[in-house]
Design a protein around this ligand. Structure first.
Ligand code: FA5
Ligand code: MG
Length: 414
C-alpha cells in the first residue's frame, strides 16, 4: 500500500480529495490550497462560531417542530462529503445544461465527473429520494469567487427542506376540498408552478417565511429588520431571498423557495409540496458576533477561537486583535505576604496600557528557608498599530519592573 500511494503521489495527474483519488483532466479547476480545506469541517468544531450558529439554528428547528410522537421533525446531516457529481450539484436540481452557474470559471471541478459542491442544495434530491420529509444539511461549499471581507472561496451553508402531504398542509383549514395539485396542470406563472394550486403555494409560502423570520429572531433579536426580495433559482418557484439590516445596509443571508415539482417527482415525492432554503453561516456569524473579516473563520489563532469558548456564546462580541508580531519577556519577583497577582496586573495596565496583550503567571514557588514566595510573570507585548521594536518592548519591560519594585514592594530576581 505504501508503494502504491507513493507512486500515486508522484503522479501529477492524480488528485487526492477527502481520502479518494481522482484523475486530473481538462475540466480540473481545483487547486492544492482549496483541497487542503476539505475535511477541516469548521461547522463541526466545538465552540467554533460557525458550529455555534449551526447549533442555534438546529435548536430552533428541534424546539419549534415536533412530530406526533414528540420527536424532532427535522433530521440533521452535517457530515456529507463535499465531493459530489455534476448530476448532484446541477442536474438533480433541474439546472439547465447551459445555465451560467455551471461555468468552469465559477466552480471547483475535480475532473469531468466530480466537483466540490457549490451549494448544499446538491443533497436535496438524494435525501428526498431516501424518503425524508424534513431535514437540515450543513456543510462546506466551494466557489471560485473574488476574495474580500465578505467573500471567500470556501464558505458554509445550512440547507433545509420541508415537505407536506395535503393532510399536513391543510390540517387547520375548514375547507375539505383543498388540493395540492391542479387536476390538469396549467402554465407556470409569476405566482406558481403549473402543477400546484395557488392555495397550496400560498400556504407553503406562509410557512416558509414565518419559519425563517422566527428563526432569525431567535438568532438575533425580536426587533430585527428584515425584508423579502423576489429571486430566481432553477430548483424553486416562486423564490425569495431574505435580507437583514446590518450596520445600516441590507445584507442578503439566504435563498429560498417552493421546491420544483419536477425535482420532487423524480425523487419519488411527486405527491407532496415543499419549501427549501439555503443560508450562509458566515454571513449570520459576522452579523451576530461582529466579525469583520471572513478570513478570520479559518484562523487557528487562540486569540480568535478562545473568544467563543465561553459559558454563554450568544453574548459574544468579537474583539479585534493585532496582526503584528508579539514580543515576549518574563519578570520574576520575591513577593511580600499581602501581595496578590491582581496588584501586578493593574500596575501593568497603568504603566504599559494597550501595548501589553497578555500577562500570565507562569511559575510560583516558596523558598524552603526564608518562606518567601517567588512569582514569574510572562508579558506579551504587542501593538495594534505597528510592529514593536525590541527596544520599545525592552524599555517598557524595565519600566514595569522598576515601578513594581517602587509601588508594590516586589524584589526583582535577576
Ligand atoms: C444558493 O446557494 C441556493 N442553493 C440557495 C437555495 C437553497 C435557494 C434552497 C432555494 C432553495 P446563493 O448562491 O444565493 O443561493 O447562496 C445562498 C447564501 O449563501 C447567500 O444568501 C449568502 O448568505 C451565502 N453566500 C453566497 N455566496 C457567498 C460567499 N462567496 N461568501 C459567503 N457567503 C456566501
Ligand atoms: Mg444569492
Amino acid at each position: 500500500a505504501r508503494y502504491a500511494s507513493s507512486v500515486a503521489n508522484s503522479n501529477p495527474d492524480t488528485i487526492f480529495v477527502d481520502g479518494r483519488s481522482f484523475q486530473r483532466d481538462d475540466m480540473t479547476t481545483v487547486t492544492p490550497k482549496i483541497i487542503s480545506r476539505v475535511g477541516q469541517n469548521l461547522h463541526n468544531q466545538k465552540h467554533h462560531p460557525l458550529c455555534l450558529i449551526k447549533e442555534r439554528i438546529t435548536d430552533f428547528f428541534y424546539g419549534a417542530y415536533l412530530n406526533r410522537r414528540g420527536n424532532p421533525l427535522f433530521s440533521v446531516y452535517d457530515n456529507i462529503s463535499p465531493v459530489v457529481t455534476m448530476q448532484q450539484n446541477f442536474d438533480s436540481l433541474t439546472t439547465p445544461k447551459d445555465h451560467i452557474s455551471r461555468q468552469k470559471g465559477d466552480n471547483y471541478y475535480i475532473n469531468r465527473d466530480y466537483m466540490l459542491r457549490a451549494h448544499t442544495s446538491a443533497h436535496e434530491h438524494e435525501l428526498v429520494k431516501a424518503g425524508l420529509d424534513a431535514f437540515l444539511v450543513t456543510g462546506d461549499v466551494y466557489r471560485r469567487d473574488e476574495i474580500d471581507a465578505s467573500h471567500y472561496p470556501v464558505f458554509h451553508q445550512l440547507e433545509a427542506v420541508r415537505l407536506y402531504t395535503p393532510h399536513e398542509l391543510f390540517d387547520k383549514c375548514d375547507d375539505k376540498n383543498l388540493r395540492l395539485f391542479e387536476s390538469s396542470p396549467g402554465c407556470r406563472t409569476v405566482e406558481k408552478q403549473g402543477q400546484h394550486t395557488l392555495e397550496a403555494v400560498k400556504l407553503v409560502e406562509y410557512e416558509l417565511k414565518n419559519t425563517l423570520v422566527s428563526c432569525m429572531k431567535h438568532l438575533f433579536r425580536e426587533d430585527l429588520e428584515s425584508r423579502w426580495i423576489e429571486a430566481e433559482f432553477p430548483f424553486t418557484h416562486p423564490s425569495w431571498e431574505l435580507e437583514i439590516k446590518f450596520q445600516g445596509e441590507w445584507l442578503e443571508v439566504l435563498g429560498s423557495g417552493i421546491m420544483s415539482h419536477q425535482l420532487l417527482d423524480s425523487a419519488g415525492a411527486g405527491d407532496k409540496i415543499g419549501y427549501a432554503f439555503g443560508v450562509g453561516l458566515e454571513r449570520l456569524a459576522m452579523i451576530l458576533y461582529d466579525i469583520p473579516d471572513i478570513r478570520l473563520f479559518w484562523s487557528e489563532d487562540e486569540r480568535f477561537l478562545s473568544q467563543f469558548k465561553v459559558q454563554d456564546p450568544t453574548k459574544v462580541k468579537f474583539k479585534p486583535f493585532s496582526k503584528y508580531p508579539p514580543l515576549i519577556q518574563d519578570l520574576s519577583f520575591w513577593c511580600p505576604d499581602e501581595y496578590t497577582s491582581n496588584d501586578f496586573y493593574d500596575l501593568v495596565r497603568t504603566v504599559a496600557g494597550d501595548l501589553v496583550e497578555q500577562v500570565s503567571l507562569v511559575d510560583e514557588f516558596q523558598h524552603p528557608k526564608t518562606e518567601r514566595t517567588s512569582r514569574c510573570y510572562r508579558i506579551v507585548y504587542r501593538s495594534m498599530e505597528k510592529t514593536l521594536t525590541k527596544e520599545e518592548a525592552g524599555d517598557m519591560h524595565i519600566s514595569i519592573g522598576r515601578t513594581a519594585q517602587e509601588r508594590l514592594g516586589l524584589e526583582m530576581r535577576m
